[in-house]
Design a protein around this ligand. Structure first.
Ligand code: CA2
Length: 150
C-alpha cells in the first residue's frame, strides 16, 4: 500500500489567488493541491490535503497523521507560524518528519513573521519559492522518507 503524506495549510490560504497576488501569486489553493498530488505521485506517495482557518483543526489533522502512521507532513502554518505552541507541540508529539513551507520569503518581510515556533519541530524550512515550494518540500520529504528506509 502507498504511504501517505499530509499537506496542511493554515488560515487564509483558502484565499490564494484572489488577493495580494504580488506576494502570494495568482495560483489558487486548488492549484497547490494539484501540484502536491502530481509531485507526491512521482514518489509513489498519496496525499491528504487540508486547509483550515482553525488552530484546533490543524492540531487534529497532525494527530490524525500520527494515528494513521503517515510518512510525513508538509505544513504551511500561515498566521499560526509565530504564535502556535499547540501546533508545535502536536508536531513534536507526532515524531513525524515535518517540512515547514512558506510561499513568500518570510525573512524579507516584517520582523513579526520571522520568528517561527513551528520551525523548532521542522526537519527543514522552505520559504520564498512561491507555490513551487510545496513541490520542493515534497521532494525533500520523499528523500528523507526513502533514506529512513535504508
Ligand atoms: O508566505 C506564506 O506562505 C505565509 O505562511 C502566508 C501567511 C503569512 O501570515 C505568513 O507570514 C507567510 C498568510 C496566508 C494568507 O494567505 C493569503 C493568500 C492570499 C491572499 C491573502 C492571504
Amino acid at each position: 500500500m502507498a504511504k501517505t503524506i499530509y499537506v496542511l495549510n493554515g488560515p487564509n490560504l483558502n484565499l490564494l489567488g484572489t488577493r495580494e497576488p504580488g506576494i502570494y501569486g495568482r495560483e489558487t489553493l486548488a492549484d497547490v493541491e494539484a501540484l502536491c498530488r502530481k509531485t507526491a505521485k512521482a514518489h509513489g506517495l498519496d496525499v491528504e490535503f487540508r486547509q483550515s482557518n482553525l488552530e484546533g483543526e490543524i492540531v487534529d489533522a497532525i494527530q490524525e497523521a500520527m494515528a494513521r502512521k503517515a510518512a510525513g507532513i508538509v505544513i504551511n502554518p500561515a498566521g499560526y507560524t509565530t504564535t502556535s505552541v499547540a501546533i508545535l507541540d502536536a508536531l513534536l508529539a507526532s515524531s513525524l518528519p515535518a517540512i515547514e513551507i512558506h510561499i513568500s520569503n518570510i525573512y524579507a518581510r516584517e520582523d513579526f513573521r520571522q520568528h517561527s515556533l513551528v520551525s523548532k519541530a521542522a526537519k527543514a524550512v522552505m520559504s520564498g519559492f512561491g507555490i513551487n515550494g510545496y513541490a520542493l518540500a515534497i521532494n525533500g520529504l520523499a528523500a528523507m522518507i526513502n533514506q529512513s528506509k535504508t
